[in-house]
Design a protein around this ligand. Structure first.
Ligand code: ATP
Ligand code: MG
Length: 378
């Protein structure tokens, strides 16, 4: 473990505190697919300046640090929040894509994909090695390509709104692995162009008081079943802010109530509060307001009733996705990875070679089963 203190330049007392707080976890399952890595640990919690999800790697002849992706604070109102935060700076509206956060990095000879909490995911790594040209890392060896991984064949957030059959990566930040400093939006665009990387769409650049334009962008995203916007300072000197569409708030609610035993109250309550502030700010007429109420109510009740019915039929409640692997050995490695994550799952190889992943929601299933058998709620 000594290499961690060395890699992070920790003082003796800081190194001791890190050990006492017991927040280091294994970042991967050891395997020849991860051949460049001798050891890797992740931070399960924030420690000093180091974000949760920070990874420290011991490779053949180097030590590498990849800082965790920073939290993005949320605006519940466009006015006055955006103006208050960005002042007179140019504000860039980027599409907030709905997938999972991946930092693509180079260690030794190969690319590696790190998920939000700091785990090196075999499935995502396999896709990154196929889809991302590692030319970028010749010029920026210690940088991270921060991307949203989206598509139908996603083990964590499967979605078909982007028309991507398997999985693809959309770049939204380029950061120095050691300091977490991002490049400017203009430099990011140049990088994307030069190394042929797809960007999360840069939709518009506006002044911080152009609420009308922001509303227009958000309404269009909402109609297209998109998640929302991340507001960024063009120079990337201020932290970004995020804002989600009603569509996204309600689909989160559907998901959370389908698996209500797994999801916390905070998750649900925060989505309802977002709807309230949006409805207030958008000054809806009665018809629009009534529609929102109906959709919101359905988003809560319908999925729960589906889960109840599934349990009544004797099934477990589960989430399903279909994955596509290139290498057989990565399937086995991915199974070990899911065990490390503590997921309750089954994996089944289908005739066409696709792999069906089912994640069982034990807490929701047990809860419902008990109630159906006459147990009280508490
Ligand atoms: P956070 O801790 O940042 O609040 P969260 O897990 O609650 O994250 P989200 O509400 O999905 O996540 O919002 C932040 C995430 O949005 C980022 O971590 C990133 O994965 C994703 N994202 C998608 N598109 C973009 C974009 N254009 N710019 C920045 N982040 C984006
Ligand atoms: Mg997300």
């Amino acid at each position: 473990m000594n290499f961690i203190a060395q890699a992070l330049n920790l003082s003796k007392s800081a190194a001791k505190r890190l050990e006492e707080r017991n927040i280091l976890r294994k970042a991967l399952v050891k395997h020849p697919f991860f051949a460049d890595i001798e050891e890797a640990f992740r931070f399960e919690k924030k420690f000093g300046q180091f974000e949760e999800g920070t990874v420290v790697v011991k490779a053949k002849d180097t030590l590498k640090v990849f800082r965790g992706f920073p939290k993005i604070r949320r605006a519940l109102l466009l006015h006055p929040t955006i103006k208050k935060h960005f002042g007179s700076r140019e504000v860039v509206l980027e599409e907030k894509m709905n997938g999972y956060n991946v930092r693509i990095v180079k260690i030794g000879e190969n690319l590696y994909a790190i998920t939000r909490r700091g785990l090196i995911c075999p499935y995502t790594t396999e896709k990154a090695r196929i889809l991302i040209d590692d030319e970028f890392f010749r010029d920026y060896p210690d940088y991270m390509l921060c991307c949203e991984a989206v598509g139908k064949a996603s083990p964590y957030v499967p979605t078909d709104v982007y028309g991507i059959e398997t999985l693809d990566f959309f770049l939204f930040d380029v950061r120095d692995g050691r300091t977490n400093k991002p490049v400017t939006i203009d430099e990011k665009k140049e990088i994307a162009e030069k190394y042929n990387l797809k960007l999360a769409e840069i939709i518009a650049t506006v002044s911080a008081d152009d609420i009308e334009k922001m509303r227009e962008v958000l309404e269009k995203l909402d109609r297209n079943r998109r998640e929302g916007v991340v507001f960024k300072d063009r120079k990337m000197e201020l932290n970004p802010l995020k804002y989600t569409t009603s569509y996204a708030n309600q689909s989160d609610l559907m998901y959370a109530f389908r698996f209500f035993g797994e999801y916390g109250r905070d998750f649900m309550l925060s989505r309802v509060i977002r709807e309230a502030f949006q409805s207030f700010e958008f000054e809806e007429v009665e018809k629009e307001f009534n529609e929102r109420c109906l959709r919101l109510g359905k988003a809560i009740l319908e999925p729960m009733i589906e889960s109840i019915k599934a349990c009544k039929r004797g099934e477990m409640v589960y989430e399903e996705s279909e994955l596509v692997f290139e290498n057989q050995e990565v399937i086995e490695l991915f199974k070990m990875h899911l065990k490390l994550l503590g997921v309750d799952f089954t994996i089944e190889v289908l005739d066409d070679g696709r792999v069906r992943l089912k994640r069982f929601m034990r807490s929701t299933s047990d809860r419902i089963r008990g109630i159906l058998q006459g147990s009280p709620w508490k």
